[in-house]
Design a protein around this ligand. Structure first.
Ligand SMILES: N[C@@H](CCC(=O)N[C@@H](CS)C(=O)NCC(=O)O)C(=O)O
Length: 206
């Protein structure tokens, strides 16, 4: 199988790079400089009309969206590496739920906070009330994660899995935006455990 991975340091591609490392998936890596506009070149837009990273090209077929890519990697490579539940395992249902929860439910609150406060967004669009509401929604969601981790060391049980990588990547990013973990010590310890893994370090390095 031929896999080409389009990456950019410190971007939405970083968790995918970590997943490729955890799963030891052989691939060729193309590193983009987003500031110079590599992602908007016509040849790349043919592969990904969104003009964004990450992108995985599998035997010539392009696949975009980090969550979709990581779910596919889990299905294709994770079972044999014991990092993704087998089709007959009920934990597979939980795997899909928690990964989607991280990117869609938690991720939406992260984006709301980002739009309300980010220096990359024009200041007249900043909104203190929206920021406070998004922060309080993030705290409530972190409470759900805290409760989950009170019953098991990792998202699916005692062992680390790709689900930890997916969820921790989004939670880790939210701290850069302004979420805090003071009230969620289990989430904090679990996140620190993930960030100590070589795959996380590699993902961040790009
Ligand atoms: N929802 C997409 C987001 C992808 C995305 O926003 N990528 C950014 C880097 S973090 C990008 O390539 N930006 C380049 C641009 O917008 O020109 C995913 O998760 O794959």
């Amino acid at each position: 199988m031929s896999i080409v991975f389009y990456n950019a340091p410190m971007s939405s591609a970083s968790p995918v790079l970590s997943a490729l490392a955890e799963l030891q998936v052989p691939h060729d890596k193309v590193t983009f400089d987003l500031k110079s506009g590599d992602q908007r070149k016509p040849a790349y837009l043919e592969l990904n009309p969104n003009g964004k990273v990450p992108l995985l090209v599998v035997d010539g077929t392009p696949m975009f969206e980090a969550l979709a890519i990581m779910l596919w990697l889990g299905e294709r490579y994770g079972v044999e590496k014991k990092l993704w539940p087998a089709p007959s395992d009920a934990a597979r249902l939980e795997a899909f739920s928690w990964c989607t929860w991280a990117y869609v439910t938690y991720g939406t609150a992260v984006v709301r906070l980002q739009f309300a406060t980010s220096p990359k967004v024009s200041s007249e669009l900043h909104n203190a009330a929206q920021a406070a509401l998004a922060k309080s929604d993030l705290a409530a969601l972190l409470g759900i994660l805290e409760a989950r981790l009170a019953q098991r060391a990792h998202m699916l049980g005692e062992a680390f899995s790709l689900v930890d990588l997916v969820v921790a990547s989004v939670v880790g990013y939210s701290l850069f935006i302004g979420a805090t973990l003071e009230a969620h010590p289990r989430v904090k310890a679990w996140l620190e455990g993930f960030q100590a893994r070589p795959s996380y370090q590699l993902g961040m390095k790009g």
